[in-house]
Write a protein that binds this ligand. Structure first.
Ligand code: ZN
Length: 296
């Protein structure tokens, strides 16, 4: 199917967002609706409603891509979605049948990486490692503007590499995953005494103001982040690392982490750019649209 326009859907835990872009990535239309809670049929209908709204603004038959937390397993069912009513459902098959069209679905970290690779901060780089630092820690790999999904569709899932075997238990079942040390909730959980700051960015702001406990938590975060990234860099040696998610606004990442990585990585020099994302909260929905490539 060759088309000039693309619809992207970002299915999140609280909202479903749709975008219509042309082949240059210019936004034509955008709309969002709340995610029906615990209602599988309601979520499917919300997506159909948003796709219909985008169709009205399109001058040709657009392709459709959907980004969502979780992954489609070998069994064709959705797993590990934070909208738990989707888990164990043949979501891709059901939505494709309702829309009467072939669709593509990827997890939100892959959509983020694709979006930043195609026309974001990582545009022009061949090997891109996209990193989500937020409530969870995700990642994606793009080679020559094409998503690398991997044999088990877990390509780039560095958040569940083990950083320390004696670390906290992770929701995935392992102990000491990267995510248990550097996610937003992991940082807040390290706060002792009194009420904790408002989220990881609140913690970062306290550190900027000189609070010693916040400074220590942020310093430990930056060091753990550097170790975890160095482990990936030794395998992948990407041309660029692009960072998204709420914690991407911790600007000391870009100032301090490259120096910490250079002490760890198996090279006498470390020159890989570590960049903040360009599209911010829009990367998920734009990447979903780009699941259909430039020449499709
Ligand atoms: Zn884990």
């Amino acid at each position: 199917m060759k088309t000039n326009t693309r619809i992207g859907i970002d299915l999140g835990g609280t909202k479903v967002e749709a975008i219509l872009i042309n082949k240059n990535g210019t936004e034509i239309a955008r709309e969002r609706l709340p995610t029906p809670q615990g209602d599988y049929r309601g979520i499917l209908n919300t997506i159909v409603q948003l796709v219909d709204a985008m169709h009205e603004k399109a001058d040709s038959q657009p392709s459709i891509g959907i980004g969502t937390p979780g992954s489609i397993g070998f069994d064709g069912l959705l797993h590990n979605s934070n909208s738990t009513c989707l888990n164990g459902r043949p979501f891709a098959t059901d939505i494709s049948r309702l829309l009467k069209q072939e669709i593509r679905i990827e997890n939100d970290a892959n959509c983020f990486t694709l979006s930043e690779s195609v026309d974001g901060a990582a545009a022009g780089y061949k090997t891109v490692f996209g990193v989500i630092l937020g409530t969870g820690i995700g990642g994606g790999l793009v080679f020559n503007s094409s998503l690398h999904k991997g044999h088990h569709r877990i390509g780039g899932e560095w958040g569940h590499n083990v950083l320390r075997q004696d670390g906290p238990q992770c929701w995935c079942g392992n102990f000491g995953c990267v995510e248990t040390f550097i996610s937003g909730p992991a940082l807040i959980s390290q706060w002792q005494g009194g009420s904790p700051p408002e989220g990881a960015l609140g913690l970062y702001n306290l550190a900027i103001l000189g609070n010693s406990q916040a400074t220590q938590i942020i310093d430990t975060f930056l060091n753990n982040l550097a170790i975890a990234l160095a482990n990936v860099i030794n395998i992948l040696d990407p041309d660029v690392i692009v960072i998204g998610g709420g914690l991407s606004n911790i600007l000391s990442i870009y100032e301090i982490v490259p120096g910490l990585i250079s002490q760890r990585v198996f090279s006498t020099h470390f020159r890989t750019p570590i960049l903040q994302n360009l599209h911010g909260d829009s990367s998920g929905v734009r990447g979903a649209a780009w699941l259909w490539g430039l020449n499709e």
